[in-house]
Design a protein around this ligand. Structure first.
Ligand code: HEM
Length: 75
């Protein structure tokens, strides 16, 4: 699997580049296709970073990631 640094992930925040990427438990997901992540914001949360800890604040579980294939690993 391709590996990306935090700096590379940070560029995919939906603002600097068109891609919207989110990292969860070491894996990176491309959520660009999601209406819920448009422009990189999802409720109070920002894409382009590791959101593992923030999932605790969500009204849903990690099951939301099941429909997305991980595109890489965060190093
Ligand atoms: C206050 C915090 C949050 C709220 C209110 C929220 C709300 C929602 C809602 C209503 C949905 C769609 C329904 C569902 O699948 O349950 C959703 C989907 C999703 N959420 Fe969250 N969420 C929050 C935080 C987060 C965080 C921190 C992450 C990442 C770790 C995350 C990742 C996702 C993903 C990947 C989806 C699926 C998007 C799709 O299917 O298009 N959410 N969220």
């Amino acid at each position: 699997m391709k590996e990306y640094t935090r700096q590379q992930l940070a560029l995919r925040n939906g603002q600097d580049k068109p891609e919207v990427w989110v990292s969860y438990k070491g894996l990176i997901y491309d959520v660009s296709a999601s209406r819920l992540w448009k422009t990189g914001t999802h409720y109070e949360h920002w894409a382009g970073q590791d959101l593992t800890e923030e999932l605790k604040d969500a009204p849903h579980t990690e099951k939301v990631f099941e429909k997305f294939q991980p595109i890489g690993r965060l190093i």
